[in-house]
Ligand binder design. Structure first.
Ligand code: SF4
Length: 687
């Protein structure tokens, strides 16, 4: 029996990126606790960080590669090539070796590209794999397979933040470290249930709000942060851009902007000002006639004034981005910071709260159809995931490589995605468990989890953390699987470890990572380094110049368009139910890891539909089915509450069995195609 060992690493769950330490004995994690010196976790972890490690040894971990029997039957040459290594598992699957599985994958990809062309294959990565694996998957797809089609899970979360921020300030990333919350004078949280989704950041916000009464919160339902807010904004669905433009209107109308900052650091303010002042929706008085939301007509000016006159920060999450005007709303957020000079300073800035542990890193590595690593231009722009789905129907995409992403669960319009996948000749999946997409695959390869490997992760404040294994595993890392396939196609890769890949990243993506060697990241494991990392790292971005081509910040005005719930309210005809979805503290994304951890699953193992008490008469049974033209949910448990507004509903999306994402269609951000998960009109059927 081995001695207990304590190993430092980083939490595998959300984008906060907490520093953890684990008690490990006999190659098994015994417990996880906050690293005592952790600058992110500050001595605390949420329940996912603390109790979410049992999945590592879950009995149903994918340990042996699987190949679908029907795939072998349809591909006799492949079957013949690997026949010696194929053993029947059940009526659907055979087990095989890693070598045979990657041989089969290489043969099938070759055949498909010969028949349908090189661009008939695509890769979709998760945002929870390491930077090294994300980098290698996009390199393999772009250079070995010669297809431009790479995308990642950011498509359904923060792509509008990247788009909106790059358009206005040249960089799609948080501007400050979390600890600037202690330096700020005023905070706005909009479209983020921070307490559930980013709890350790929420700790800081609550702490400061309690001490200084300096918090404004806008959300469509009453969330925990409202309890600590000086300004409690409950807003209608799809009103973000409206409210943000109203704040800009107040700042302009009352001349609260920072003239020197505007002159020295920005372009286009005069045109923006003219447009805002003539915008029929920009005056907060608009809300005086919106029944149930009249309070906003007075609250918005108060928030705008305090924001403009103090050193302020704005925090947002998917409540901003997952709308058809998500990118425009992010631009509207950056406008506020540019007008008031609340950016490029300690304690003043913009904080998009990234969802997964490496969503920032996956984008930095070029796992996007329109950016190569380091946000350089790619040779050819590929298709975004919703476009890939359409291309599947058109027969232009015939194979998908899916690394740590669950296309058939976390994406919208699940029925349509499944129908599109039916048209494919080949689905290849690298995963920890038999997720929904793995169940659809032709070949599934079990890979190391974050707690079993070495790799770099970039958290929501651009902080790089070199994760080290807590336990040993014989499974391959994601990048090793890609390398094995590549070597059966071109034979160009000879990476011996993740460090060699990272050293290549530091050359290719030198503008952000040149100074971030493994050695240095190891030395600064607890402090972490924030990119760009050269001789020094960069805790606060945009201090001298914005990261646009000429260094100036830009205004890109977009007028709010009346629609949905706001339109119904303004025309006094609110009808039916408006659903929004989100996270709960105890589960994480598709719950493939958290649902295998007893303490977490005990807290939340069923999808609960929150309904306003005043709407109880419409919910005559304990469970209801929700329906839209795109599909229907499974029966959902109804819980009456005063925390959601009348005629609005809330539920989580974690459990595939709820079939919630069947309800959402193709409505998405106009610029960047992120699904509009945050509002849809649904029919309620009592069951
Ligand atoms: Fe892990 Fe996020 Fe919880 Fe921190 S806040 S412990 S990173 S899940």
């Amino acid at each position: 029996m081995e001695q207990m060992e304590i190993i430092d690493s980083v939490c595998t769950y959300c984008g906060v990126g907490c520093d953890i330490a684990a008690n490990v004995k006999d190659n098994t994690i015994q417990s996880i606790f906050a690293h005592p010196d952790g600058v992110v976790s500050e001595g605390k972890l949420c329940i996912k960080g603390k109790y979410g490690f049992e999945f590592v040894n879950a009995p149903d971990r994918l340990r042996i590669p699987r190949i679908r029997k029907s795939f072998l039957a349809k591909n006799p040459k492949i079957h013949e090539a690997i026949a010696l290594h194929v053993n029947e598992l059940d009526e659907t699957w055979c087990e095989t070796t890693l070598d045979a599985a990657t041989t089969a994958a290489a043969m099938k990809l070759t055949e498909i590209q010969a028949q349908y062309g090189q661009k008939s294959v695509c890769s979709i990565g998760g945002a929870r794999t390491s930077c090294e694996s994300s980098y290698l998957l996009q390199k393999f797809t772009r250079h070995t397979l010669n297809s431009p089609h790479v995308d990642n899970c950011a498509r359904i979360c923060h792509s509008p933040s990247l788009k909106g921020m790059r358009t206005t300030i040249g960089e799609g990333a948080a501007t400050n470290p979390y600890n600037d919350i202690y330096q700020t004078e005023f905070m706005i949280v909009i479209g983020s249930n921070t307490t559930e989704a980013h709890p350790i950041i929420s700790n800081r916000i609550v702490d400061m709000a309690t001490k200084h009464d300096n918090l404004a919160v806008f959300d469509v339902r009453e969330i925990t942060l409202h309890r600590f807010a000086k300004y409690k904004g409950i807003i209608p669905h799809e009103a973000n851009l409206l409210i943000l433009n109203m704040m800009a209107y107040v700042i302009i109308a009352e001349e609260l902007y920072d003239e020197d900052f505007l002159k020295d650091r920005t372009l286009g303010f005069d045109a923006f000002k003219e447009k805002i002042l003539s915008d029929p929706f920009a005056n907060p008085k608009y809300f005086e006639n919106i029944v149930g939301y009249e309070h906003l007509s007075k609250l918005i000016p108060k928030v705008a004034r305090e924001y403009a006159l103090k050193k302020s920060m704005i925090f947002w999450g998917l409540g901003i981005t997952e709308h058809i005007d998500g990118s425009y709303a992010v631009m509207a957020i950056t406008h506020l910071s540019l007008m008031t000079g609340n950016i490029g300073k300690v304690g003043a800035g913009l904080m998009p709260l990234r969802g997964q542990n490496n969503v920032q890193g996956a984008c930095d590595m070029g796992m996007l159809p329109y950016y190569a690593p380091d946000y350089q231009e790619p040779k050819e722009i590929g298709l975004m995931t919703p476009q890939l789905v359409e291309a599947m129907f058109e027969g232009r995409i015939k194979a998908v490589i899916n690394m740590g992403e669950d296309l058939t669960h976390v994406h919208p319009n699940t029925n349509k995605v499944n129908a599109a996948l039916n048209t494919l000749d080949f689905i290849f999946v690298q995963e920890l468990f038999m997720t929904e997409i793995a169940k659809r695959a032709d070949i599934v390869i079990g890979v190391k989890s974050a707690y079993e490997k070495t790799g770099v992760y970039v958290n929501a404040m651009r902080r790089l953390h070199l994760s080290q294994p807590l336990v040993k595993s014989d499974l391959p890392d994601d990048w090793e699987v890609i390398q094995m396939i590549e070597n059966k196609l071109s034979g160009d890769y000879a990476y011996e470890d993740s460090k060699q890949i990272w050293d290549e990243v530091r050359e290719v993506a030198h503008r952000r990572f040149s100074g971030a060697s493994y050695n240095r990241l190891e030395r600064h494991r607890v402090r972490g380094l924030q990119w760009p990392v050269h001789t020094e790292d960069t805790p606060v971005l945009h201090q001298l110049d914005f990261r646009t081509d000429d260094g100036y910040g830009r205004f890109h005005y977009h007028q709010y368009e009346l629609r949905g719930m706001v339109q119904e309210l303004s025309e006094k005809r609110l009808s039916g139910y408006h659903l929004t979805t989100g996270r709960t503290l105890a589960q994480y994304n598709n719950a493939s890891q958290t649902s295998r951890c007893e303490k977490l699953n005990k807290r939340y193992d069923e999808t609960v539909l929150l309904v306003n008490e005043n709407d109880a008469a419409d919910f005559s049974s304990e469970k209801v089915i929700l329906k839209t033209q795109y599909g229907q949910s499974a029966p959902l448990v109804v819980k009456l509450t005063d925390k959601v507004q009348p005629k609005t509903l809330f539920c989580t999306f974690h459990h595939a069995k709820s079939k919630i994402n069947n309800l959402f269609g193709d409505r998405c951000d106009e610029l960047i195609l992120t699904a509009a998960f945050k509002s849809i009109k649904v029919e309620v059927v009592n069951v």
